[in-house]
Structure formats: structure tokens, C-alpha cells
Design a protein around this ligand. Structure first.
Ligand SMILES: Cc1cc2nc3c(=O)[nH]c(=O)nc-3n(C[C@H](O)[C@H](O)[C@H](O)COP(=O)(O)O)c2cc1C
Ligand code: SF4
Length: 396
């Protein structure tokens, strides 16, 4: 297990607990939503969907009962920042969920907690109980007539795909955790058919910070399209692995300087589902407009075999695919088979090209983000490590 080295320096430790919710409740819900909108906050779970837009759509969606779900399933390889937030800043996450509930008029919140994080549950339950005692959860929160909201914790089913929001909802409803067809989206037809906002742990924590400190405070760092700070889980071949709190827009070079990974040959940004960025592209920015990420950064040193890296990620996707659709179920094993042929020197250039086009088809034709991103590393390794790969193709 990675030991975070920088947890004490996270921005979250500077925020006074309760200040965000207090600020939100002092004004109508539309003002809280406007603050989130002006801040430019985008979802920290990976896709970067604007948080205020999601909440606004859930608010406008007709429905008697609405839900706020915290996606704490954190299963992306190389990601461990949500674990740190839940362990050290649970109050801030619950505060963000309560602000979301105020904005969309939800009555119930659920934390979908990764099965491997069961050990965190007693701590989370204790924080929730303290919040009930302080009237920060329950009926008439903060003395506001009609604002009744409570949160409970439900355990995840131990599968990576359950982190996909519609599979998560299926799992909560007691079904197999398989992604749904979209539309309809959860904001209309979510948990038990009701309007639901699903957000990442970190997104809720930042929402509480923004209400406490203001939109301008948040926006003053980051880029125009990727405002604010982001937590990064850094692992692999570097001297200082851990959780880092850095502004979006930082280049890979700058990040490697901080973590002691200057001799890296490649960096995997965004976990197994992300991109493998080669050294000559380390000037690129980690931001939604360049290289987006949910926060996983895996550093590969000069000695790493990139084919082994691609094989390792594909093995993960084969294990985790729910098997519902053909491009993902059949495509990932075919790509792995191709890598194994390359490793044995048995894959021709022509077959490699067919595999490349299969990977592109998976990106287009798979039903959910798992299959759409499963070929990413394979494709970026073929694109950027041609010397390593072409030397291993079979003669025509
Ligand atoms: C296979 C798969 C796994 C995912 N796992 C997670 C996860 O563990 N945590 C998370 O917040 N989002 C995860 N997501 C993204 C969610 O579907 C969803 O976009 C996110 O929870 C929305 O929150 P945000 O808008 O705050 O980022 C996953 C997506 C896919 C396709
Ligand atoms: S892409 Fe993969 S994980 Fe997603 S629905 Fe299809 S088979 Fe299931």
C-alpha cells in the first residue's frame, strides 16, 4: 500500500468544517448553485462533467424523491486519493453532499463505498452520527424548515465496473452491477427510477470548499477550462509516491519534478483507462482540455517493458469486463493475445495493424467507459513506443 507523503498539505486541511454549509444555507439554493457554476468546478471522477450543470438538471427534473450519491468505489488502478479524503476529510465530503441536496431538493444521500474500504465504514458512520447530533443531518437542517436530508453508507460489490454510475445504481438496487443504456441519465431516472446526482468523493469536498471560500478563490488556480486544484494519486517509479494537491494545468514535467520521477520513460495519466504519455510529450498539461484524469498518475522508469505494461492493464480489463457487449468482451482478450504474440515474436505487422483498428472499434462501439477506454494504453504504446514494438514483430 502506498503511504501518502503530502496529506497534511492538502488544501482541505485549511477549511473550517461547517463553514461551507453555513454559507449555503444563508441564501436560497439557487445562489449556492450559482457559486458552484461560477467556480467552474468539474467532476473529479474523471469525465470532468460540469458539476453545477448536473445539479441543475437534477433539480429541474420532476420527481417527488431525489437522491445524492457519493461514488466512493475508487477502483481505477493507481488511484487512492478518495481513500485519503474519506479517512481525513469525511466531514467535508458529507458537507458537499448536503449542499448538493440543498441545491436539488434531495431527501436522501448514499455513499457507495468500495468493498476494500470496509475498514473505513465505522469511521464514516461515527462522523455521520456526530453530524446528526449537530443537526447538520436529519430534519430541518440548520433550522431550515423543509430541508430534511440524511446520508447512509452502502457497501460496493467489489467490481471495478460498479464505479460506472449506472452500474453503481443497478448494484445499489440489488441487481448485477451492469451499466445501463443511456439515455435516460441518472439525473432523470436514477436510483429506484428517481432523479439522482452521482458525484465523486473529491467533487463533493471541493463543492464544500467553494461555498466556504468563494468561487474566485477556487478559480484563481488552474486553467480557464480546468479551474482549481485536483488531488493526484502518484505511484510507480518515483522517489516520493503519495497524494498531491496540485493545480490543474500542471505539466507532466512539473509534476515529475515534485515527485522525484525525472528519469521517467513514460507516465500513465488516468489509470488503466487513461493514456500512456511518452517522455517527448511531458510538456503537455494535465487538464480537461489536454490530458484529462481522475487523478491516477503511474510513473514508468527507463527499465520498464511497455508491452508488459499494456498486457498488465488488458488482463485487468478482461477480469473486470461485465461481458454485456461484444466489443469489450471479445476485443480485450484479442488485444492481449496480440501482445503475447508480439512478446514471442510471432505477430506480423499486418496483424498489429488489425489489432490497432480493433482497438479503435472498441473505443467507438463499446457500451460503457470500461470497454471504450480498455484499448487506450495499447493504442498509445503502439503509437509512441514503435521502436520497442516494431523490433518484436514477426518478419512478413
Ligand atoms: C468503469 C468505470 C469505473 C468508474 N469508477 C469510478 C469511481 O470509482 N469513482 C468515480 O467517482 N467515478 C467513477 N467512474 C465515473 C462515473 O461513472 C461518474 O462519471 C462519476 O462518478 C461522476 O462524478 P463526477 O461528475 O463528480 O466526476 C467510473 C466510470 C467507469 C466507466
Ligand atoms: S463495455 Fe465492457 S463493461 Fe461496459 S457494458 Fe460492455 S462489456 Fe460491460
Amino acid at each position: 500500500m502506498i503511504t501518502p507523503t503530502r496529506t497534511s498539505s492538502l488544501t482541505f486541511s485549511e477549511i473550517t468544517p461547517g463553514s461551507g454549509l453555513k454559507a449555503a444555507l444563508s441564501r436560497p439554493p439557487a445562489d449556492a448553485l450559482a457559486k458552484i457554476n461560477f467556480s467552474g468546478l468539474r467532476g473529479r471522477g474523471g469525465a470532468g462533467f460540469p458539476t453545477s450543470l448536473k445539479w441543475e438538471l437534477a433539480d429541474k427534473s420532476p420527481g417527488q424523491k431525489k437522491y445524492v450519491i457519493c461514488n466512493a468505489d475508487e477502483g481505477e488502478p493507481g488511484t487512492f486519493k478518495d481513500r485519503v479524503i474519506l479517512a481525513d476529510f469525511a466531514d467535508l465530503v458529507f458537507e458537499g453532499m448536503t449542499i448538493a441536496a440543498y441545491c436539488i431538493s434531495a431527501q436522501e444521500g448514499i455513499v457507495y463505498l468500495r468493498a476494500e474500504y470496509t475498514y473505513l465504514r465505522p469511521h464514516l458512520e461515527e462522523v455521520l452520527e456526530q453530524r446528526r447530533e449537530k443537526n447538520l443531518l436529519g430534519n430541518k437542517i440548520g433550522g431550515q424548515d423543509g430541508f430534511d436530508f440524511d446520508i447512509h453508507v452502502r457497501m460496493g460489490s467489489g467490481s471495478y465496473v460498479c464505479g460506472e454510475e449506472t452500474a453503481l445504481i443497478e448494484s445499489l438496487e440489488g441487481q448485477r452491477g451492469e451499466p445501463r443504456n443511456r439515455p435516460p441519465f441518472p439525473i432523470d431516472t436514477g436510483y429506484l427510477g428517481n432523479p439522482t446526482t452521482v458525484n465523486n468523493v473529491e467533487t463533493f469536498a471541493w463543492a464544500a470548499c467553494i461555498l466556504s471560500q468563494g468561487s474566485d478563490w477556487f478559480k484563481k488556480l488552474g486553467t480557464e477550462k480546468s479551474t482549481g486544484h485536483k488531488l493526484f494519486s502518484v505511484s510507480g517509479d518515483c522517489q516520493l509516491p503519495g497524494v498531491y494537491d496540485l493545480p490543474l494545468g500542471i505539466t507532466i514535467d512539473e509534476l515529475l519534478d515534485q515527485v522525484g520521477g525525472q528519469d521517467a520513460k513514460a507516465v500513465q495519466v488516468g489509470g488503466a483507462a487513461g493514456q500512456c504519455v511518452p517522455r517527448h510529450e511531458f510538456h503537455r498539461a494535465i487538464a480537461y482540455e489536454d490530458i484529462p484524469t481522475g487523478g491516477s498518475i503511474i510513473v514508468f522508469g527507463p527499465h520498464r517493458d511497455m508491452l508488459r505494461v499494456a498486457a498488465n492493464f488488458l488482463e485487468f480489463f478482461i477480469d473486470e469486463s461485465c461481458g454485456q457487449c461484444t466489443p469489450c468482451r471479445e476485443g480485450a482478450p484479442k488485444l492481449l493475445e496480440g501482445i503475447e504474440m508480439l512478446q514471442r515474436g510471432e505477430c506480423s505487422m499486418e496483424h498489429l495493424q488489425e489489432l490497432y483498428s480493433l482497438g479503435q472499434t472498441m473505443q467507438l462501439a463499446s457500451k460503457c467507459g470500461l470497454g471504450q477506454t480498455a484499448p487506450n494504453t495499447f493504442l498509445s504504446i503502439v503509437d509512441h513506443f514503435r521502436d520497442e514494438i516494431l523490433g518484436r514483430t514477426a518478419p512478413a
